[in-house]
Design a protein around this ligand. Structure first.
Ligand code: NAD
Ligand code: IPM
Ligand code: MN
Length: 355
């Protein structure tokens, strides 16, 4: 009997609104495809938890999560009450590091029926993956803050790249490209200006590319790469980037396809030594939280990526097909996509189509 234990962490803001729709899709898939789900909801990793306990998570959070098959995550952050660098470093960024989820895999795909902000683009024109390094790079805790509050104040934050850390995410990107039709990797760099770490990154791209004879590759500096996402998105197949560059590209890409509200992500530990974590790309959206209008598709598509990861390939495909069918009608689309559906209406529409 196929059975999966999953930790469910909704978090803050619209995380609490889109998570029930993600779970609705999972339950529909479980009923339709005959596998069992053991979902365990956690209150921690939220700013509400922080206000009660003075920290985002209990000291024994790892034991509380336990040996799960995957983590299903919403969004964290409520800057009005907890500074973002505290709430995020004590939650999602800690999961990524502690569980060594060194790949952050984020699709960029123009879906049928979705109004595209780029003129003349059709579904099929924009369909690529961003592979983001997820545990090191610009997101480092190496640095210092001297003479705070004085006119001699100095702040330093180092970028950390290790050969192991760079090589393994590059290999993941080249492996992924080798299984796709176009077999092409684009690397995001900035070796003209960031003159120590980025030339190193470029040299590792060349070294890893040499292992993949069937995969072509090129590189762009991050500034012009951002422009190319807008001008020529059809160029891309697999885009591999450092932590910060990948973060920016994985909001820019989905924005070019209509909204960041549909974008999912998989934070993967490819070796399976630790659980992988699935979450929408977007955050807690305090500006629209509490109104029931958030787009739940990013959360639901993240459920599809999780099912794929668990080996439930048919269920994953069915969830994605249900999303596509729902997005075609204005009654299924939320406001960010010029539709009139509420979060729940969109989520129910998707769930009803999963079979
Ligand atoms: P955000 O992604 O929360 O919102 C950016 C804009 O996109 C807002 O206008 C928002 O209304 C809109 N938006 C986002 N998701 C949407 C959806 N599903 N449907 C419709 N509209 C949507 O980014 P932000 O405003 O920079 O950050 C808000 C908080 O979320 C901060 O605390 C930030 O640190 C946190 N954050 C958390 C995560 C995460 O948990 N992984 C990711 C990004 C930001
Ligand atoms: C993301 C988010 C996080 C990141 C923030 C909230 C720390 O923007 O998942 O893309 O920068 O990785
Ligand atoms: Mn981001």
């Amino acid at each position: 009997k196929r059975s999966y234990s999953i930790a469910v962490i909704a978090g803050d803001g619209i995380g609490k609104e889109v998570m029930p729709e993600g779970v609705r899709a999972l339950e529909a898939a479980s009923a339709a495809f005959g596998f069992q789900l053991d979902l365990k909801w956690h209150e921690f990793s939220s700013c509400d938890y922080y206000l009660k306990h003075g920290q985002m998570m209990p000291d024994d959070w790892k034991q509380q999560i336990g040996p799960v098959d995957a983590i299903f995550f919403g969004a964290v952050g409520w800057p009005e009450t907890v500074p973002d660098h505290i709430s995020l470093w004590q939650s999602i960024l800690q999961f990524r590091r502690e569980y060594d989820q060194y790949v952050n895999l984020r699709p960029v795909r123009l879906m049928p029926g979705v109004p595209c902000p780029l003129a003349g683009r059709e579904p099929g024109d924009i369909d690529f993956w961003v592979v983001r390094e997820n545990t090191e790079g610009e997101y480092s805790s190496v640095g210092g803050h001297m003479f705070p509050g004085t006119d001699r104040e100095i702040v330093i934050q180092e970028t950390v790249m290790t050969r192991l850390g760079v090589d393994r995410v590059l290999r993941y990107a080249f492996d992924l490209a080798s299984k796709r039709e176009r077999k092409h990797v684009t690397s995001a760099t900035k070796s003209n200006g960031i003159a120590i770490t980025m030339p190193f990154w470029d040299s590792r791209v060349e070294a890893i590319a040499a292992e993949y004879a069937g995969v072509s590759h090129d590189k762009y500096h991050i500034d012009i790469l951002a422009a190319q996402f807008v001008m020529n998105p059809q160029r891309f197949d697999v885009v591999v980037a450092s932590n910060l560059f990948g973060d920016i590209l994985s909001d820019l890409g989905p924005a070019c396809t209509g909204t960041i509200g549909v974008a999912p992500s998989a934070n993967i530990n490819p070796e399976g030594a630790f659980p992988s974590l699935f979450e929408p790309v977007h955050g807690s959206a305090p500006d629209i939280a509490g109104q029931g209008i958030a787009n739940p598709v990013g959360q639901i598509w993240s459920a599809a990526m999780m099912l794929e990861h668990l080996g439930e390939t048919a269920a994953a495909a069915s969830v994605l097909a249900a999303i596509e069918e729902t997005l075609v009608s204005a009654n299924g689309r939320t406001r960010d996509l010029k539709g009139n559906a509420s979060t729940e209406e969109c989520g129910k529409a998707v769930a009803s189509l999963i079979a």
